[in-house]
Design a protein around this ligand. Sequence first.
Ligand code: ATP
Length: 135
Amino acid sequence: LEETLVLVKPDGVARGLTGEILGRIEAKGYALVDIRLVQADRDLLASHYEEHVGKPFYEPLVEFMQSGPTVAIRVAGNSVIAGFRSLAGTTDPTTAAPGTIRGDLGRDWGLKVQQNLVHGSDSPESAARELALWF
Ligand code: ATP
């Protein structure tokens, strides 16, 4: 059984979409193992987004992620890492496929950072590293 870290980012929490997103995870058959509401600080985000340091969207992303609480969820299931990324849809909500979280619910705000509602780990190594950071 695999585990992944899902984040409902501050835009998702502020828009009241946490329940909708949890519902989609549960409806797919994945198990919610642990959940917490976190006000992320710069240190946590610097570790979480270490692969993006130096990119043009890095500073706006870290600012945005501190703009309000994030819901962190430990999710388990067969192939849940790839499965949740499929549920989430591609990074840009404008072109994410309908039926996905970002495609159905995401908006293009025309900002410096994609406010795309959710994060999901992209590999078993990332999942282990990120779960240790957020839990
Ligand atoms: P996540 O890792 O959050 O699940 P992802 O794998 O689709 O999303 P990454 O490339 O890891 O995207 O980027 C992390 C986050 O940084 C994105 O979810 C988005 O919020 C923001 N981001 C990525 N690329 C851009 C970009 N070109 N312009 C603005 N924001 C971006």
